[in-house]
Design a protein around this ligand. Structure first.
Ligand code: G1P
Length: 291
């Protein structure tokens, strides 16, 4: 029987240069989509998948803000309680249990593989999840829960995947696809950021992974790949053939909040889900698109 997936890694050490000057003082994962910071969506998705240990791979600036966000400080609690105790209840419900949040400092920006490897000692010898908060997933059931369920059946590695136009393969990890039933695709090979003419398919990895701890053996070699970085994709590729490995199309929608347009799309989509805003926004968009 596959071991339960209890721990998740959130790499958040990036500088967020595409969002400057917003990210000069505020780390990218703290930028809000409507009224919740990006990181909050990823943590909620992880909790819904049964994760009970949250490991943030941080840069020098973001740890204090993450801690302040996930651990309600007594002074704020007292102020909110005086105003409206329901606010405290709401925040408490969203908070991961005490002691479940860990921050590991990534001393140098050497790539996603390097970031994941920073959590090695905290993960130990069990399967784990990786969530890239830039990829905001809106799926039902939530994406990671679907992936954990598949891991429970296969006992192997699972990555979330989606099709992209061929000219975009150079932004993603790309699958060489084996048996594919349209929902679940067997991974025969993986290439990080191939040029369109060299990409083995147009099925790409998006920011959700359920991985076996063996990946750390490959990451420990610190081999450089695309862009001179230590790539998670390269370490994952070395596990192909040794354990089941699948790409899962999770349905729903992925918002690429690493890009400005994807981030704005996410704002609109999540605002339109809100009963208090929908009608007014729809009117506004109708009026402005007719102008
Ligand atoms: C990372 C991964 C890439 C994956 C992508 C998904 O790239 O290296 O394989 O397809 O996330 O968002 P990055 O966006 O960090 O360049």
């Amino acid at each position: 029987m596959a071991k339960a997936v209890r721990k998740a890694i959130f790499p958040v050490a990036g500088l967020g240069t595409r969002f400057l000057p917003a990210t000069k003082a505020v780390p990218k994962e703290m930028l809000p989509v409507v009224d919740r910071p990006l990181i909050d969506y990823a943590v909620s998705e992880a909790r819904a998948a049964g994760i009970d240990t949250f490991i943030f791979i941080t840069g020098p600036r973001n740890e204090p803000m993450l801690r302040a966000h996930f651990e309600l400080v007594a002074s704020l609690e007292a102020e909110l309680n005086a105003k409206d105790p329901k606010l405290v209840t709401m925040l408490r419900e969203m908070e991961p249990p005490r002691g479940s949040v860990h921050c590991v400092h990534q001393d140098r920006p050497l790539g996603l593989g390097h970031a994941v490897n920073c959590a090695r000692d905290l993960i130990g010898d069990e399967p784990f999840a990786v969530l890239l908060p830039d990829d905001l997933m809106d799926c039902n059931p939530p994406a990671l829960a679907q992936m954990v369920a598949l891991h429970g059946k296969t006992g192997g590695n699972v990555v979330a995947v989606e099709e992209v136009p061929r000219e975009l393969t150079r932004r993603y990890g790309v699958l060489d696809v084996g048996v594919d039933d349209g929902h679940m695709a067997e991974v025969k090979g993986l290439v990080e950021k191939p040029e369109p003419e060299k990409a083995p398919s147009t099925l790409t990895v998006i920011g959700r992974y359920v991985l076996l701890p063996e990946v750390f053996e490959h990451l420990a070699l610190r081999q450089r790949g695309a862009g001179g970085e230590i790539q998670l994709t390269d370490a994952m590729a070395k596990m192909i053939g040794h354990a089941p490995f699948h790409g899962l199309r999770c349905g729903g929608h992925r918002y690429d909040c690493g890009s400005r347009v994807g981030f704005v799309e996410a704002q609109l989509a999540f605002a339109m889900k809100d009963d208090a805003m929908r009608d007014r926004l729809r009117d506004y968009m109708r009026r402005t698109s007719a102008e």
